[in-house]
Design a protein around this ligand. Structure first.
Ligand code: C2E
Ligand code: MG
Ligand code: MG
Ligand code: MG
Length: 294
């Protein structure tokens, strides 16, 4: 018998679902092969401080070369790696490379105070504990001044209570490693993290920054978040800054640091080191003057 309306929409829904599973299974297989072949590389995106727009640190972002023409995003791979428990392997590779490369970046920019920010998925307690043990071992084995290191924690629905009190937050603190809350404003309970974790840095998610105008709710929210974070002794980074207008408004809002394509996309070490006088790193006043914003 022919299926009725409801049945056929169910059929199409099923097809879409199974297509998504196929894609995920395909990417997972490719990712497993890439990890076995050590195809993980750290790329670096500068984070600049206002008002000089001087580089103060880099964020290490993983890039994995998959043997496929299928388009995929890093976010997608990270989610698969989290699900299959491969994330520790990626994080360890990126952390090792980032610590190795930091002195090279410092030398290139003639600044030994340049720091490194490293992402950590907080998937569940078990993973986070073993992950932190790995992380601390890697840190302790390096010669890097650990006060130059920031761990960016990504919010996750699984980020549960026991985590706040776990002894590893104390260990990070003892090493002077800064803790940043990544993608702030997009999770389930951003404010409860802020209340319970000793956060040094809040990274405002790109969705608050894109297309920012002075009249928007986002403008007021960033304003409030800066005041709140500063009052708690922390600093604010705005992510995903792409336009002069965004740059100008964020500088009016007392945001401490900025990151985004307007300065640079994430680049490999080679690309970063071969870049000599990057025109984007001019003072804010010059930036805005150039583009007739003030
Ligand atoms: P995230 O930590 O919030 O990193 C910022 C993301 O925004 C990066 O995407 C970066 O390339 C992108 N981005 C930066 N500036 C701009 C901009 O101006 N415009 C736009 N449209 N995008 C911008 P990416 O590299 O694809 O990474 C995606 C996410 O994957 C990261 O978000 C982070 O949560 C996760 N991730 C990346 N590398 C690692 C890693 O080594 N370990 C772990 N655990 N997670 C990682
Ligand atoms: Mg991050
Ligand atoms: Mg993220
Ligand atoms: Mg982010």
């Amino acid at each position: 018998a022919n299926s009725q309306g409801n049945d056929s929409s169910l059929y199409y829904y099923d097809r879409r679902l199974s297509k998504r599973f196929n894609r995920k299974a395909t990417l997972a297989t490719l990712l497993r092969q890439a990890l076995a072949a050590n195809q993980v590389e750290a790329y670096y995106q500068p984070i600049v401080a206002l008002p000089e727009l001087k580089i103060v640190k880099f964020e290490a972002l993983c890039r994995v070369k998959l043997d496929t023409k299928l388009p995929y995003s890093v976010q997608e791979l990270i989610e698969i790696a989290e699900e299959y428990n491969w994330i520790d392997q990626i994080d360890a590779a990126v952390t090792k490379q980032a610590l190795h490369d930091l002195p090279l970046l410092q030398r290139h920019y003639h600044d030994n105070n340049i720091g490194m920010s490293i992402n950590r998925s907080v998937v569940n307690d078990r993973v986070s504990h073993c992950c932190l043990a790995d992380t601390l071992n890697i840190f302790e084995a390096s010669d890097i001044d650990l006060s130059l290191i920031t761990l960016e924690l990504t919010e996750s629905a699984y980020f549960d209570d026991s985590y706040y009190h776990s002894e590893w937050l104390d260990k990070l603190k003892a090493h002077n490693i800064a803790i940043a809350l990544d993608d702030f404003g997009t999770g389930y309970s951003s404010f409860s993290y802020l209340r319970q974790i000793p956060v040094n840095i809040v990274k405002i998610d790109r969705s608050f920054v894109s297309g920012l105008t002075e009249e928007s709710n986002e403008f007021s929210m960033i304003d409030m978040l800066c005041k709140l974070t500063h009052k708690m002794g922390g600093k604010v980074i705005a992510e995903g800054v792409e336009t002069q207008q965004e740059l100008y408004l964020l500088s009016k809002l007392n945001v401490d640091m900025l990151q985004g394509y307007i300065f640079s996309k994430p680049r490999s070490l080679e690309q970063t080191l071969s870049c000599h006088n990057d025109p984007v790193y001019m003072p804010l006043s010059q930036h805005l003057y150039h583009d007739n914003i003030v």
